[in-house]
Design a protein around this ligand. Structure first.
Ligand SMILES: Cc1cc2nc3c(=O)[nH]c(=O)nc-3n(C[C@H](O)[C@H](O)[C@H](O)COP(=O)(O)O)c2cc1C
Length: 201
């Protein structure tokens, strides 16, 4: 086995090592709104669902510089609103394009041909083409070094019509194949090859 010491000689390699090994990760394609009304979008794979009573998610935008938040974290700090979208393969290129570093107030969504739709509970718009959108409000933010763990409560869930049976609300797994983040720097996984495994009694 290879041993990495993240306290010492491999301290600067923690991202390459851990972001490659702790995978696959879901991708939170996140929209927020700035004080002048600009809609910001960016993907975050340091993301997951952490509970449902109440429904809680975390995204972790790392600071640009110590104490200087990325635009997503800055907007959430200012107005507390964000929308997390889950995405499938046709949206990968657009998602990736929104990871470009732009000046505060310049929208990453320009020229991508995406449709902004109104949310039910928030001022921030959602991306209509995404199969899933979670309307979230900031619960709290934990700062650890350059990491900002934004804890959000999910208030509304938008799901594409084919994802749930309209009457029984049974989830149709066969229609859902979100893309997942794999090893650094550029790997992704499809989730279309599934296995079912029942729980023991
Ligand atoms: C698939 C993917 C996942 C990413 N995950 C993260 C992440 O978890 N945390 C982070 O700080 N940056 C992450 N990034 C980089 C951000 O998306 C990028 O820094 C972006 O410009 C931030 O935008 P903002 O300043 O508008 O918030 C990721 C990029 C990609 C393509």
């Amino acid at each position: 086995m290879h041993l990495f010491n993240l306290d010492d000689e491999h301290k600067d390699k923690a991202y390459q090592i851990l972001a490659s090994l702790v995978a696959p990760r879901p991708i939170a394609w996140t929209t927020t709104i700035g004080d002048e009304g600009t809609v910001n979008a960016a993907p975050f794979s340091f993301f997951n669902l952490f509970g449902t009573r109440p429904p809680v998610v975390v995204i972790a935008p790392g600071d640009k510089e110590p104490g200087i938040p990325k635009d997503t974290a800055r907007n959430i700090r200012e107005n507390g609103e964000f929308v997390i979208h889950l995405l499938d393969e046709p949206l990968m290129e657009a998602m990736n394009a929104t990871s470009a570093t732009k000046g505060y107030g310049d929208s990453e969504l320009e020229g991508l041909g995406l449709t902004m739709a109104a949310c039910d509970h928030l001022r921030v718009p959602r991306i209509e083409e995404a199969p899933v959108a979670l309307e979230c409000r900031e619960h709290s933010t934990l700062r650890i070094g350059k990491n900002r763990l934004v804890v959000g409560q999910v208030h509304r869930v938008w799901a594409r019509n084919d994802l749930f049976d309209p009457e029984s609300l049974r989830f149709r797994q066969e229609n859902y194949a979100p893309i997942a983040r794999m090893g650094s720097p550029d790997w992704y996984a499809r989730t279309s090859d599934l296995i079912a495994l029942g729980r023991p009694d």
